[in-house]
Design a protein around this ligand. Sequence first.
Ligand SMILES: [Fe+2]
Ligand SMILES: [Fe+2]
Length: 274
Amino acid sequence: MGHDHPPIPLDSVDFTVHRPREFERRFGHVLDYMARVELEVDRNVLEITTMLPDPPEVDRHFYADVWQPQEIQHGLILDKLQVELGRSPAAPDTDSIGAKLRILGTMAHLPSFQDVCRMLYYLTGMATERSAVVAYNLLHQGTTEMGEDAVATTIIGQIKRQEPGHYAFYQLSARALWDELTGWQRWMVRLMRRISFSPVGANDAAQKADFGDVMATLGIADAASDFAEQISRVERELLWARRRGLRVPDYVTTALREAVDLAKARAHLPHLHR
Ligand SMILES: [Fe+2]
Ligand SMILES: [Fe+2]
């Protein structure tokens, strides 16, 4: 399966940008955010091995042979593009595992708790990959509108084709595992998801504001509830099916609104810009 899903070859990519200043001004920070998140796949792999010491073979194969090689290449290509535009390279955090995860890792050695951790990981994967699908579609559209066809076709176009496969893996895995969980495990997943949800790549206030800026540039900030619905559709169906009429889990809406608000607040306090 690995070579059916090769990472994007670097020599298939064309970094030609006709109007680098304009392109950088509009999308530079989006490229930086996405490059960082893609490159942080190496930390995600560390997290998986901490949280899930004993993954099913299908998962191990997906992480090692498909997902990590593809994502790291997305990150390297986007990072090279932003450097070509005169920006600093992304500063991914590839090796720090938070205390929260270490505790989870310890508890994950109990088999019934390991399934709770796996479920949380699949839910995060679904929201992350769905966010990537939406974001790359919008970035592709914006890049095309600017007439930057080389970037649109050979970079964003190629990357965006690989994201739906990642989403499919997490969705199938989440559906299958949810069916197997007992009542207390489901209760635990709901509780932990509610207290730990954050937008992809947003681990502190500055990164949340960065995410809010990305939402604004891609036109998601004003349609935050549609975006929230898209990234949490299956999660709502699985975890919150009994809450009829609930369109989006409230913790998703709250987290996205917080990102938008932090970005707006920072824009009014220029000295807080990094
Ligand atoms: Fe990616
Ligand atoms: Fe992905």
